[in-house]
Design a binder for this molecule. Structure first.
Ligand SMILES: Nc1ncnc2c1ncn2[C@@H]1O[C@H](COP(=O)(O)OP(=O)(O)O)[C@@H](O)[C@H]1O
Ligand SMILES: [Mg+2]
Length: 358
C-alpha cells in the first residue's frame, strides 16, 4: 500500500519559512495534482516527499511508515523532472535500465523490464538512439520509462511537460493518464497549469504561499471554489469579477454593482458589505434587453471555431463572455446579458472567502 500522509509539514530555509504546516492524505492509487502560481511551494513539497529536501517540522508517512529521516533510495518513489535529466552518452535503453543496473539486477531482467517499459511508452524503435537524437516528447517518454521500470510505490512528477510545445503537451497528458490507468501507482503531479491539473488528476490541491487553499475533485473546485483566489485560478478564460455592495431589499438580499442589481433570496452578508460577484464566461448569455441582468459593450470577438469569446466592457471593467459560434456573428455595440443564477459566486471582498447565497 502506498498512501501518503502529511501532517503539519513545515519547511524552513534558514529563518524563512516557505511551507506552513500542510496536512494532506493521499489514497493508495490516487492521482493528485499540486497546482499554484510560481513560487507557492509545489516543488518544495514534492522534493520533501521524494527525500531530496529535509522536512523541518511535522510528519510524512508513505505506506504507513514515517519517512522523515529515510533516504530517497529507501522511500521507493520515482521522480520525473521538467528537464528530464537523461545521460547523454547512454542509449535510450541504457537510460531506462540504469536504475535497475545500479540496483544490481541481472542483465536478462533489465532487458525484460526495459522492453516492457518501451512497449508501454512506444519507445521500441528508439532504444538504440541517444537522447541528443530524440525530440522533446521522446525524451520525456524516456524519463518516464526510467521511472516506471523501477515499479515504485509512488510517482512524483515536477512540471514534466513544461518544456514541450502545446500540441505535444496535450498528447503527453493523454499518455500520462493512460499510464496511470494501467499501473494505478499513487501519483503526485506538480504543475502551474490548471488545465493540466484539472484534466489529469482525481484530486487537485491548490497551493498558495506555502499553504493548501482548497483541495477536491476538479469539478468541485470549478463549481464551488471556496475563495476568490481559487475561483480565478481555476478555469480558462478566468472568471469575471464584478465588485458590488450589499443593499437592503424587501425581496431578500440585493447586491448593487456598476451596471445593475442582483436580487437573491438569501445572502450570508450584512447590508453594507463589500463583495465580489464572480461569473464565469460560459454562464453569461446574450438575451433580449427586457430579460437582461445588465448590458455590456462588445469590444473584441475571439472566434475559436466551436465558440467565440466576446471581450466586453461593463463601465471600465473588462468582462469575457463565451458564446456559441453561430450566435456570435457580427456582434457589436451593446449586448444585453443574463446570467445563470445557480452558477453565481459571491466572495467577501476583504477576505476573499466564498459567501453562501441562494
Ligand atoms: N534552496 C532554497 N533556499 C531558499 N529558498 C528556497 C529554496 N528553494 C526554494 N525556495 C523558496 O521557496 C519558495 C517555494 O519555492 P518552490 O517550491 O520552488 O515553488 P514552485 O515550485 O511552486 O514554483 C519560493 O519562495 C522559493 O524562493
Ligand atoms: Mg517548481
Amino acid at each position: 500500500m502506498a498512501q501518503i500522509s502529511l501532517e503539519k509539514v513545515i519547511k524552513r530555509y534558514g529563518a524563512v519559512q516557505t511551507i506552513h504546516g500542510v496536512d494532506l492524505e493521499i489514497q493508495d492509487g490516487e492521482f493528485v495534482a499540486f497546482v499554484g502560481p510560481s513560487g507557492c511551494g509545489k516543488s518544495t513539497m514534492l522534493r520533501m516527499i521524494a527525500g531530496l529536501e529535509e522536512i523541518t517540522g511535522g510528519q510524512l508517512r508513505i505506506g504507513n511508515v514515517v519517512v522523515n529521516d529515510v533516504e530517497p533510495k529507501g522511500r521507493d518513489v520515482a521522480m520525473v523532472f521538467q528537464d528530464y535529466a537523461l545521460y547523454p552518452h547512454m542509449t535510450v535503453g541504457q537510460n531506462i535500465g540504469f536504475g535497475l543496473k545500479m540496483r544490481g539486477e541481472s542483465s536478462s531482467i533489465i532487458a525484460e523490464k526495459v522492453a516492457e517499459a518501451a512497449r508501454i511508452l512506444q519507445l521500441e524503435e528508439l532504444l538504440d538512439r541517444r537522447p541528443g537524437q530524440l525530440s522533446g516528447g521522446q525524451r520525456q517518454r524516456v524519463a518516464m520509462g526510467r521511472a516506471i521500470v523501477r515499479k515504485p510505490k509512488v510517482f512524483l512528477f515536477d512540471e514534466p511537460l513544461s518544456n514541450l510545445d502545446a500540441k505535444l503537451r496535450v498528447e503527453m497528458r493523454t499518455q500520462i493518464k493512460r499510464l496511470h490507468r494501467m499501473l494505478r501507482t499513487t501519483t503526485i503531479y506538480v504543475t502551474h497549469d490548471q488545465v493540466e491539473a484539472m484534466t489529469l488528476a482525481d484530486r487537485v490541491v491548490v497551493l498558495r504561499k506555502g499553504e493548501i487553499i482548497q483541495h477536491g475533485r476538479p469539478l468541485e473546485l470549478y463549481e464551488r471554489p471556496n475563495c476568490r483566489f481559487v475561483a480565478e485560478f481555476i478555469g480558462s478564460p478566468q472568471m469575471n469579477i464584478l465588485p458590488g455592495r450589499v443593499v437592503s431589499s424587501d425581496r431578500g438580499a440585493a447586491i448593487e454593482f456598476d451596471g445593475g442589481t442582483i436580487v437573491l433570496a438569501r445572502l450570508d452578508a450584512p447590508v453594507g458589505a463589500i463583495v465580489d460577484i464572480g461569473l464565469r464566461p460560459e454562464h453569461l448569455h446574450p438575451c433580449a434587453a427586457a430579460e437582461a441582468d445588465f448590458a455590456v459593450d462588445v469590444d473584441v470577438l475571439e472566434e475559436l471555431g466551436s465558440d467565440t469569446l466576446a471581450v466586453c466592457f461593463l463601465g471600465g471593467r473588462e468582462l469575457t463572455v463565451r458564446i456559441a459560434a453561430e450566435e456570435s456573428r457580427g456582434l457589436s455595440g451593446k449586448l444585453p446579458l443574463r446570467f445563470d443564477r445557480k452558477h453565481l459566486h459571491i466572495f467577501d471582498a476583504s477576505t476573499g472567502r466564498r459567501l453562501e447565497a441562494a
